[in-house]
Design a protein around this ligand. Sequence first.
Ligand SMILES: *[C@@H]1O[C@H](CO)[C@@H](O)[C@H](O)[C@H]1NC(C)=O
Ligand SMILES: *[C@@H]1O[C@H](CO)[C@@H](O)[C@H](O)[C@H]1NC(C)=O
Ligand SMILES: [Mg+2]
Length: 510
Amino acid sequence: LAQSPDTARGFTVCFLTGRVMCVVSLIFPFSLLLDLLPPGVCSLLNPAAIYANNEISLGDVEIYGFDYDYTLAQYSNLLHSMIFNTARDILIEQFKYPEGLGKYDYIPGFAIRGLHYDVQKVSCTKFSLLGLVFHCVLVLVEMLSVIELYGGTQHIPLYQMSDFYGKGPSLKQFMDIFSLPEMTLLSSVIDYFITHGIEFDQVHLYKDISDAIRDVHVKGVMYKWIEKDMEQYILHGDEIYAVLNRLVNHKKKLFLITNSPFSFVDKGMKHMVGKNWRDLFDMVIVQADKPNFFTDRRKPFRKLDDNGSLQWDKINQLEKGKIYKEGNLFDFLRLTGWRGSKVLYFGDHLYSDLADLMLRHGWRTGAIVPELETEIRIINTEQYMHSLTWQQALTGLLERMQMYQDAESKQVLLEWMKERQEIRSLTKNLFNPQFGSIFRTFHNPTYFSRRLVRFSDIYMASISCLLNYDVNFTFYPRRTPLQHEAPLWMDQLCTGCMKTPFLEEMVHIR
Ligand SMILES: *[C@@H]1O[C@H](CO)[C@@H](O)[C@H](O)[C@H]1NC(C)=O
Ligand SMILES: *[C@@H]1O[C@H](CO)[C@@H](O)[C@H](O)[C@H]1NC(C)=O
Ligand SMILES: [Mg+2]
């Protein structure tokens, strides 16, 4: 009788009769699976929970800082197809790309964040070796599963890696949520060129497409759509109001540092919070040029008047209720004295918003990862739990039984390997048929995950998750076992296992 220790949820019973004859019940009843979980251990995670990488006590946090786009203002996915269509038309009209591209539409759910793109190496045939071709559309590299392309190794040489901000010489990492339409457009254009036998240089293609996408942002087209129809594009407005208001009522100070222009932020905040939104904030900084804001001391702050026009006086203090443009974090720290771990800053971009703060300045950081919500819903499905349990059970069997090398046993082992491979793909495809989860590539954490752990103290699907916690709540990270440590049942008792918001008084807001 053997028992698989590989997962808290996985038990496999197999009968050993002299040789390795393992009879595994292939139809593993789900009810049995749940029976095997000890009482008190949760099996369902809460998509509205806040997850901690480091211990942090909100009682110690006096000052809350926020990014704006995709942090305070969460946008609906409708925006992606608008960005895609506009950039595609810019390519056709201004860059004189083939008219035939016009028949490509945005494919929701095609790409995921955190993917790497090799600007020089991508080619369709090489990718089919990896089983990664999706009607020849698929040209993006999933980190850590790149074997054929890099001379039979899973490792990408350091000199080719993406640099600190995901912009290496040849590998680009797509990190912000705006890059979903960009990746889809890149794939569509390459698909068109390959299926029509048109020769092209990867490098030019990459540049043209990122320029077209940038035009959509920089020329302000996108701001206009959002301003015209806030109701349609901005999500969870009421909850954002509730979060900010509650913090202020508990004597917390608030500030905003965004790269967006004032008029745009002002309209969005008026929509979500009301026309007096500025009363809630001690400091508002627009067009900050992050990540340079955090690293470059040279740009001084400039003041905007109430109509949004630039002033020319030298800034010797940052006053409550005024709007500032540009500036840098060094001046910000000097003028406010807001240093160290009493400041908690929320952002959605791991590099532009959080990395420097965590690594250089010692503020606490919170990452907004909207994908958490959908991924946790998938993790909670019966199908996912079942596949994962089964996959771990098979892995345990393979590990234990590999020494049986007679012909018959080898055959069994081969079948198990094949089945494990199938289940692995199946589990991965539950998240996204092309690239799987943004957090894992098979069993390994993705590059995105590793950065998330490194650069954020806590992470959550949306700022509104804060409503579920007391203002003095302490977050404790779950103690995940290292490879040489035994897993403890008790480890499962913390974080995310609460099925409903814990604060009854906040329920009415939802
Ligand atoms: C803002 O604009 C209005 C109307 O153009 C003007 O009356 C007002 O004086 C301006 N305010 C400032 C601070 O310049
Ligand atoms: C949080 O802790 C502070 C300091 O211990 C205390 O003054 C305050 O009342 C607490 N707030 C709540 C809502 O429990
Ligand atoms: Mg942002």
